[in-house]
Design a protein around this ligand. Structure first.
Ligand code: GLU
Length: 298
């Protein structure tokens, strides 16, 4: 099917993603005072893919604390999400937790002493708790397709293992990684799951601390500088908010203190980020003055 150029091209590296209707578009906004807005296909589930790296990082920081930063850096990569080139120069320490190599190390931390099945279960429970929604699930068809075609991720993982930056067997780490990438969520579920990053680390319903305010601030900083791979500068330039994209066409964006926003449109730009999703966020921020670079009243 011919793609309208302004919508970009959906990811084609696995069949379940290539099969998604490129005409879909959804948005959901949850505000700090608890209001919720959803539009278009905002309640339709899609593959969150790399957006799961935000939740995996949050959990891994709870396990390893700041020691995690000895194994993963905090600098933008300027390279594609699955690039291997920097790893040799940097001795198996990935640039940041939001490129694949970084998320694979984060997943190794999550695995800890667990069996893979337990680590996947922990991740699923965590995301359900964040969203306050027990219906969130892992799409096994997507996870299996990733496993069958994940040659680059296997290369990244083996390379880091050779440098001693992966503790658990490569197959186990990747099994867990592919499963959290295969989480299926709607924009509404995703915007709800992101609320703790708008509230300085607190769960807005239970009041429990998910992460400290300092960690929430740092995760937001990494989303701003590294959340869109080698397109992170452009996203900051156009939208000016912490955001994490996935090749399924979703973007989770945080307006600290104000809103958690999720958009979804499967067509991607040349850097693997949702074309229409980015455009919608750009328009929204223009209309609301929600960029973190807009002056705040008072
Ligand atoms: N599961 C995908 C991969 O590892 C995630 C890529 C992405 O969303 O950027 O290739």
């Amino acid at each position: 099917m011919a793609q309208a150029p302004e919508r970009g091209v959906p990811a084609g590296y696995i069949a379940p993603l290539a099969a998604v209707d490129s005409a879909r578009f959804g948005i959901a906004i949850v505000t700090a005072d608890g209001r919720e807005f959803a539009g278009g296909d905002g309640d339709m589930t899609f593959s969150i893919q790399s957006i799961s790296k935000v939740f995996a990082l949050t959990l891994a920081l709870g396990v390893a604390g700041d020691q995690l930063w000895t194994r993963v850096g905090v600098e933008p990569s300027g390279t594609a999400f699955n690039s291997i080139v920097q790893l040799e120069h940097e001795q198996g320490i990935p640039r940041n937790p939001f490129i694949n190599a970084g998320a694979i190390v984060v997943t190794d931390v999550l695995l800890g002493r667990h069996e893979p099945r337990e680590a996947i279960g922990e991740m699923l429970r965590f995301v359900r708790m964040l969203a306050g929604d027990k219906d969130i699930f892992v799409d096994e068809t997507v996870a299996r397709a990733e496993e069958e075609t994940g040659f680059r991720n296997l290369a990244l993982a083996n390379y880091m293992r050779a440098f001693g930056n992966l503790r658990r067997p490569v197959e186990q780490v990747l099994g867990v990684y592919f499963h959290h990438c295969a989480l299926a969520m709607s924009c509404r579920q995703l915007a709800r799951a992101g609320r703790y990053l708008m509230t300085g680390g607190r769960h807005p319903e239970t009041g429990h601390s998910i992460v400290s305010a300092r960690r929430a601030r740092r995760i937001n900083a990494l989303m701003l500088t590294c959340g869109h791979y080698d397109g992170s500068g452009e996203f900051a330039f156009r939208v000016g908010l912490p955001g994490k994209s996935g090749v399924g066409g979703g973007i989770l964006t945080i307006v600290p203190g104000v809103a958690s926003i999720a958009v979804w449109s499967p067509g991607l730009n040349e850097r693997g980020n949702s074309q229409l999703g980015t455009f919608a966020l750009e328009r929204l921020v223009h209309r609301t003055g929600w960029s973190i670079f807009d002056p705040r009243p008072g």
